[in-house]
Design a protein around this ligand. Structure first.
Ligand code: AVJ
Length: 324
């Protein structure tokens, strides 16, 4: 294990793999076992997530796109002339495009993501469609402080955009910390536009994470396949099962991978033991009400300013202004 880890660390481009390895070994050594959801999104996982967004049971993406199409002009009214639009954790700019079309007077569009390659590619595709727009991708971890490009800094005001209910992947205290960090990055006078999934009947939530075609199960299991690919893991994917359910007390969907038998698995030279039925907790997807997100935001110095929802009130886009 030591030799393997050391030889891997000898390659500087593999700093990311070392973080993955460290997080995986820490998570699988913990009780109960867990893995961070951010590692779902390798090339295979990103493709599977794209397929999830098209599933009949998975309503969030369709709802959010519909709200953006229906209320784009209204949302755009919250963005001052000459503002810089900063998108946090921008995977694809599909949603931002709708806002950008409604915002002809932006100084800059700054997509921020940990995956630099992906946002550089997105930027290349966006520029020809918005010839007057300054597209300035920033590679950064959105949960930490990072500098904005000078022209975004110099804009009269900055507007944050955090769609996709990505905020729901954070623990509530982490979501509050994210909101505070976003306030520091965007600065005084800022507006923040957040897409967040709402609490709704349990059957609707459970169906969205247990689709009949089994794509969400494959998305979840891909985490083990990725560990096999990148960390020399020996997970047998047939010996684990996708479990997803709504936890009413904690207002969250939980995803787990359950071991179907007692077994040993090797990961990066370490042996991990599973009891029959033991689970790895792979994701929480918190659901909010307009009020509960409002309270969280207030605690992080953001004042609720406007809310847009779809007809069924499944999803919301909420605008906040920075206090003080
Ligand atoms: C991208 C975090 C919003 O929680 O609904 C979809 C991820 N997980 N199906 C969500 C996900 C399983 C998704 N987010």
């Amino acid at each position: 294990m030591v030799a393997l880890a050391r030889s891997r660390r000898a390659f500087p481009q593999n700093a990311e793999i070392s973080a993955f390895e460290a997080d995986v070994l820490a998570g699988l050594s913990a009780t109960p076992k867990r893995l961070p959801p951010k590692y779902f999104y390798d090339a295979v996982g990103s493709r599977l997530f794209e397929r999830i967004t098209l599933l009949p049971e998975y309503y969030p993406t369709r709802c959010e796109m519909q709200i953006l199409r229906e209320h784009g002009a209204d949302i755009a009214h919250r963005v001052a002339e000459g503002a810089a639009l900063v998108e946090f954790g921008s995977g694809s700019s599909k949603k931002a495009r709708i806002l950008l079309r409604a915002l002809p007077s932006l100084t800059a569009y700054v997509p921020v993501d940990i995956c630099g390659e992906m946002i550089e590619q997105e930027a290349r595709e966006l520029r020809p469609d918005f010839p007057g727009l300054n597209v300035l991708p920033v590679t950064a971890d959105i949960t930490k402080p990072f500098p904005l490009p000078p022209s975004a800094q110099a804009a009269p005001v900055r507007v944050g955009f955090f769609p996709g209910s990505t905020i729901g992947n954070f623990e509530p205290h982490e979501a509050a910390a994210f909101l505070r960090n976003a306030g520091r990055i965007l600065g005084s006078g800022a507006t923040l536009i957040v897409g967040v999934d709402l609490v709704k009947p349990t059957e609707v939530l459970n169906a969205a994470y247990n689709d009949a075609a089994g794509v969400t199960a494959r998305f979840n299991l891909n985490l083990l396949a990725r560990i096999n690919r990148e960390l020399g893991g020996t997970f047998n994917l047939d010996a684990f099962e996708h479990h997803a359910f709504y936890n009413r007390e904690r207002h969250r969907i939980e995803m787990h991978l359950a071991s179907l038998k007692r077994q040993k698995v090797k990961v990066a030279g370490e042996t991990i033991e599973f009891r029959a039925g033991e689970t790895i907790h792979t994701e929480n997807s918190y659901k909010y009400s307009v009020e509960s997100l409002g309270a969280l935001a207030r605690g992080a110095s953001w004042r609720p300013a406007a809310v847009w929802t779809d007809a069924r009130k499944y999803f919301s886009i909420q605008a906040f202004t920075l206090m003080g």
